[in-house]
Design a protein around this ligand. Structure first.
Ligand code: ATP
Ligand code: MG
Length: 353
């Protein structure tokens, strides 16, 4: 297990703050955060490039806070790959082993294994400057893996690739991880990438880890407006919960909603658009808000309907709409009811943002 306890690091204006983190053996752990939030500094601190100002780092039960980087058995793949331009692919991959004084025969054996794992046998004699971005990335991964690291650190390894290549690479990283079982910490600002790869995600904001959880927890139960917005959720409102005649009411601007919650006072609220329903008539039993359709967008597998229900709401409904009593797509200007089942509503106390 990789464990960080109360780790702090100041670099100029930036402050990595009170990082407490436990990554389990074999886990694929993703750090998700916007540019400048401190993701690279955190990885470099784990790798030993910066000594923390405070706090301790442990791996497999031993303290490594002051261990030099080369004694940490870490494989680091950088944001920009950082291949050596004067070495060919083969020499680039073998570089990490040479400095470790491993016998020639064993070196060749390990080289063969990673070359096969990454399918780069045909590239071995090439110079890095002649490789495509995806090929460079494979070589960078091979160079890190050949040392058989106990911790694999990946700093936005896919950000320079086009979307299609990136998706292919995500599957590749998953396959490599399953084959090697190495504890991995992967940094990205892309929630879809994090959701695909991660066992667990930590969300980073201004040098702090603000939420740690499974992709489902982060997406369906964000703990702050920052996380909700950063992962691209829709219908995110800053409001408050009020007591009204024994009921609790969520209010944000002109939106009012009866809610069942233990919270009162300032809260954030997410209404998941895929769990909302549209109805031509009011329905009994569930919270139901009248509104008027302001726009209808055809998406690949659903319709995105915008409704002015005090504030603007987004609903994702099946294209035919029959399920909700519509026999044709809702029309702009039409009066409708937004059905809001309790499961669609996620509330959280709001302090910052
Ligand atoms: N050696 C340093 N000295 C001073 N400030 C630094 C140093 N290294 C990083 N910083 C600052 O720390 C902040 C966090 O940087 P970091 O590179 O960790 O961000 P990041 O989350 O990796 O962003 P990106 O997604 O753009 O790579 C930035 O504001 C950066 O300018
Ligand atoms: Mg970075």
């Amino acid at each position: 297990m990789l464990k960080l306890v109360g780790v702090n690091k100041r670099l100029g204006e930036f402050h990595l703050r009170d990082i407490d983190l436990a990554v389990l053996p074999g886990e694929y752990f993703v750090i998700l955060g916007p540019t400048g939030s401190g993701k690279t500094v955190l990885l470099e601190t784990i790798a030993g490039m910066y000594p923390p100002d405070a706090g301790r780092i442990f791996f497999a039960g031993k303290e490594i806070t002051c261990l030099p980087p080369e004694e940490r058995r870490i494989g680091f793949v950088y944001q920009d790959y950082a291949l050596f331009p004067h070495l060919d692919v083969r020499q680039n991959i073998l570089f990490g082993l040479k400095s470790r004084k491993i016998p020639a025969a064993a070196r060749e054996g390990k080289l063969g294994e990673v070359v096969q794992l990454l399918g780069i046998g045909h590239l071995l004699a090439r110079n890095p400057s002649t490789l495509s971005g995806g090929e460079q990335q494979r070589v960078a991964l091979a160079r890190a893996l050949v040392t058989e690291p106990q911790i694999f650190l990946l700093d936005e390894p896919l950000s320079a690739l086009d979307p299609r290549t990136r998706e292919g690479f995500q599957r590749e990283l998953q396959r490599i991880h399953r084959a090697t079982g190495t504890l991995t910490v992967h940094v990205t600002h892309d929630f879809a990438e994090a959701a695909f790869l991660a066992d667990r995600i930590a969300v980073m904001q201004r040098g702090r880890l603000v939420q740690v959880g499974s992709p489902e927890e982060i997406f369906y139960r964000p703990s702050s407006l920052f996380t909700a917005r950063f992962v691209g959720l829709r219908n995110v409102f800053a409001g408050e919960v009020l007591e009204a005649k024994g009921h609790r009411l969520f209010r944000a601007g002109r939106l009012e909603l009866a809610v069942e919650t233990g919270f009162t006072g300032p809260v954030g609220c997410v209404l998941h658009p895929e769990h909302l329903q549209l109805s031509p008539t009011p329905t009994g039993g569930t919270t139901c808000l009248p509104g008027r359709v302001t726009a209808v967008y055809r998406r690949r597998f659903y319709l995105e309907v915008m409704v002015d229900a005090g504030e603007e709401l987004v609903l994702w409904i099946p294209p035919a709409g029959h399920e909700h009593g519509f026999h044709r797509p809702p029309q702009v200007g039409e009066k409708v009811w937004c059905v809001i089942p309790p499961a669609a509503v996620h509330l959280f106390p709001r302090s910052e943002d």
